[in-house]
Design a binder for this molecule. Structure first.
Ligand code: MF3
Ligand code: CO
Ligand code: CO
Length: 273
């Protein structure tokens, strides 16, 4: 396995792609309300990318081996959908939780991949807690990132926090290297053992995107060939950032004015440094 080390020019290109990817989520936030369809959210994001940003939605017609081309610009994963929900005529209603996963391609060919959770109306206590724990899982994984750490360190930090809270980690889908290619090596597993796997080096760029289920970890594929649900129909949550390994730690690319602030364990560490 070879993990591509990005050049300074690549890193600058990825920084721009990441910010643009995050700004699509900022833009769509006020539209994520009861009564809107997932298809309308897709249409709005697609228009914003194309007409305002001059970016291209990476999912549209994306076709990994064994798949049919993905038909839409974004992924909308509602309630028990783990990932890759296809936007359509589904109307969002009070109490729903939805993950919007956005990947833009800039004019220079760089990908910015990120996702956030949204609540429609007031969330249940479980939905709020699952989303919060998943957000913490993502950031605990990010906090492991520095030269000399291993991919197993990232996965372990995520798995321990999810399982300590009584939740389970999806195994079939993972984070990934990213650059001018949407999905490249390495795979970033969201479970694992400390000190195992490839060692991180400055210039590696990848996503961390834990999918955490309230119930059991098993998945079920829908007949559309894309949508993945929890087998036990329990709720599932996901958050995603794209980042680079730096000389001293990490830099998250998918940040913008509307990004939810990192948990206190990140900001307090930064303040002390
Ligand atoms: N954005 C997803 C990820 O985080 C991939 C979506 S592929 C699609 O890797 F075709 F379903 F859009
Ligand atoms: Co991704
Ligand atoms: Co994504």
């Amino acid at each position: 396995m070879t993990i591509n080390i990005k050049t300074p020019a690549d890193i600058e290109g990825m920084r721009i792609a990441g910010r643009l990817g995050s700004e699509v989520l900022d833009y769509i936030t006020p539209f994520v309300k009861a009564g809107v369809t997932t298809g309308e959210l897709d249409r709005l994001c697609h228009e914003y990318m194309t007409n305002v940003q001059g970016t291209v939605p990476a999912p549209l017609n994306y076709c990994p081996p064994g798949y049919t081309p993905y038909p839409k610009a974004i992924c909308t994963s509602v309630n028990d959908v783990i990932c890759h929900g296809i936007p359509g005529d589904k109307v969002l209603k009070d109490g729903d939780v939805v993950n919007l996963d956005i990947t833009v391609i800039t004019k220079d060919g760089y990908h910015g991949d990120n996702s956030r959770m949204f609540f429609i109306g007031k969330p249940s206590i479980l939905a709020k807690r699952l989303s919060d724990v998943t957000f913490e899982c993502m950031w605990l994984g990010i906090e492991q990132v520095k030269p000399g750490a291993t991919l197993g360190d990232i996965g372990h930090a995520i798995q321990v926090h999810a399982e300590k809270n009584g939740y389970s980690v999806v195994r079939e889908f993972c984070g990934h290297g990213i650059g001018k290619v949407f999905h490249e090596e390495p795979q970033i597993l969201h479970y694992g053992k400390p000190g195992t796997g490839p060692v991180l080096e400055p210039g590696m760029v990848f996503t961390i995107e834990p999918m955490i289920n309230a119930g059991r970890r098993e998945i079920k594929e829908m007949p559309d060939g894309w949508t993945i649900k929890t087998k036990d129909r329990s709720l599932s949550a996901q958050w995603e950032h794209t980042l680079v390994v730096t000389e001293t730690g990490y830099e998250v690319f998918t940040l913008s004015a509307g990004s939810p602030p990192p948990p206190a364990f990140v900001t307090e560490k930064k303040a002390a440094a």
